[in-house]
Design a binder for this molecule. Structure first.
Ligand SMILES: Nc1ncnc2c1ncn2[C@@H]1O[C@H](COP(=O)(O)OP(=O)(O)O)[C@@H](O)[C@H]1O
Ligand SMILES: [Mg+2]
Length: 279
């Protein structure tokens, strides 16, 4: 469980807080999507959840962040990293090994995973992400999207109970993006891993996340169940956050027919809505 209470953080030498009075709870096995325009504080939130703030980034820190009951301020980052895995927005700053398999090996050895278990974990993680064939390749020879998948595989090999992904599909084409989201859904539903997914691809986020938090200028301006947050489409648009087209469609049809249509969050719901309206 992630429990954030009244968190405010201002980076050293900055005047404006990157996060202001943020309170947020993600239950065990939750799937939170985080959206918001550039500079809203999404990456800062990810750093706070993993403990990189305040351990690696100094500044003014108020409030509290607890992950699985551990207060991030009092807990060494090594201990926190066993609870929370993160895939950085800039994956190239995350990958440190020249070869794909070494990158996975590095993390597993660091965590003291028993020797005999290491090959099993490596094979499983690479296969899950769909890059088993890249195992012996130099990282430098891979595309941006492939490197993103390497970063994801390295993290899931460590089997954290919470996984934070900061715009993990930025370099991926639509098909691969969907694969990553489906993988997160699978980890969430089958292994109970708590997912925090920061993402600009609103359609995918709304389809997969059960809970949404909308950030703007360091503040959470909306949070709650995905469908509920999407009922505030006008407010989101004003902040520069697009709504999925299926949500817009349900709003337009409500206005045109004078009959309130339930907010659609995926294609299937939109299809059913349209079918109901066609005699
Ligand atoms: N390392 C840093 N040092 C100082 N300011 C930073 C640093 N990282 C981010 N910021 C500032 O914090 C604010 C939020 O940034 P960020 O969390 O990266 O937003 P987002 O991920 O939503 O684009 C911005 O004003 C940004 O300039
Ligand atoms: Mg960011």
């Amino acid at each position: 469980m992630i429990n954030i209470q009244d968190l405010s953080f201002t980076y050293k030498d900055e005047t404006k807080p990157a996060l202001a009075e943020v309170s947020l709870t993600v239950p065990d096995g939750g799937f939170l999507g985080v959206i918001g325009p550039a500079g809203a504080g999404k990456t800062t939130l990810a750093r706070a959840i993993t403990g990189m703030i305040p351990h690696h980034y100094t500044g003014e820190f108020y409030g509290s962040v607890r992950v699985n009951g551990l207060d991030t301020v009092d807990t060494p980052i090594q201990d926190l990293s066993r609870q929370v895995g993160i895939v950085f927005q800039d994956v190239d700053s995350q990958i440190i090994s020249p070869l794909v398999e070494d990158e996975l090996l590095y993390g597993l050895e660091n965590f003291g995973i028993p020797r005999e278990e290491i090959p099993v974990r490596m094979a499983e993680a690479l296969q899950k992400v769909g890059i088993a064939d890249l195992r012996e390749r130099p990282v430098m020879s891979l595309s941006g999207g492939q490197r993103q998948k390497v970063a994801i595989a390295s993290v899931i090999a460590l089997k954290p109970s919470i996984l934070v992904l900061d715009e993990p599909t930025g370099e991926l084409d639509p098909r691969s993006s969907r694969q990553v989201f489906s993988l997160m859904k699978e980890l969430n539903e089958e292994q109970g891993i708590t997912i925090v997914l920061i993402e600009q691809k609103i359609m995918l986020l709304c389809e997969f996340a059960r809970q949404l938090a909308v950030l703007s200028e360091g503040r959470i301006v909306r949070s709650g169940e995905t469908r509920e947050v999407l009922t505030h489409a006008d407010e989101l648009l004003a902040l520069g956050v697009n709504c999925p087209r299926v949500t817009t469609l349900s709003r337009i049809l409500s206005a045109r027919t004078g009959e309130e249509q339930p907010v659609c969050v995926n294609l299937e719901e939109a299809e059913n809505m349209v079918r109901r309206m066609i005699p």
